[in-house]
Each structure stands twice: as C-alpha cells, then as structure tokens.
Design a protein around this ligand. Sequence first.
Ligand code: NI
Length: 147
Amino acid sequence: MQVLRCERMSGLSRIGVAIDTGLLDKFDRLIAQRGYANRSEAFRDLIRDELVEKTWESPDSHVVGTVTLVYDHHVRLLNEKLTGIQHEFHHAILSTLHVHLDHDNCLEVLVVRGKSAVVRKVADILISTKGVKHGRLTITTSGAELK
Ligand code: NI
C-alpha cells in the first residue's frame, strides 16, 4: 500500500492510497458485511485499533478493557478462588457482571482499568485458573486520546 498524496484542511487530512484491486475488493466485501457505510470509517477504525494495541504494549500505559470468564460453579473452591483473585487486584477491577447461564455455568465480565502490565496479569491469572472453561481479555481504550 502506498500513500499518494495528503491534503490537510482544518484538522482533517485527505489521503489517496494505491492498493491492489483484488485486495481492495476483499476489503470492500468485508466492510460491507460489517455494515460500514464507506471505506473511510473502516480505515479509521483499523488505524484506531492498531493505536490501541500499541498503547497496550507499553507496561506502564493506562488502559481499559474487559475480562470475560466462563466457568462451572460446581468446581470445588473455584468461586472462592476467583473472588480472592479479584479482591487481590481490586484497584484494577471497576465492576463485575455475573450471569448464571444454566444450571452449571456462570459467565462473568469484569471491567478492568489500570497499568497495562497489571491488567494483563489479573486477566492471565483469572483465565488460567483451573476450572475456567474459557476466558478472554478484550483490550480497548478510554477513548480520550482517539478522535
Ligand atoms: Ni453463576
């Protein structure tokens, strides 16, 4: 991909991009499936996503995210373990949502905020706890540094 030109006007830059036709066709199909009205917003979202990922790479940067956990609450002492870990990292956990999915399974979503290294650590510890069937850290941003 090659940027051809760049016009800047009142905080908005317009760029021309040379891109392989086949690749652009695939991109257009993808963004149509996702409901984008035009390429510009799709490009902006890709750029924002990369910038958020980059922020998370620095251990001291302040980040926001969610941790999703699915587990069987019948597993012995699992609830106690997960609650204990959350209390240990209470500064990094803003809120939790617990849903009893069925007779056995629970879904928890934790909103996490803090230094990237701390947030990753609490997510890793929770997700790797024996009895957690599935876990995922979703990284996002407070939005303050993104337009
Ligand atoms: Ni439950």
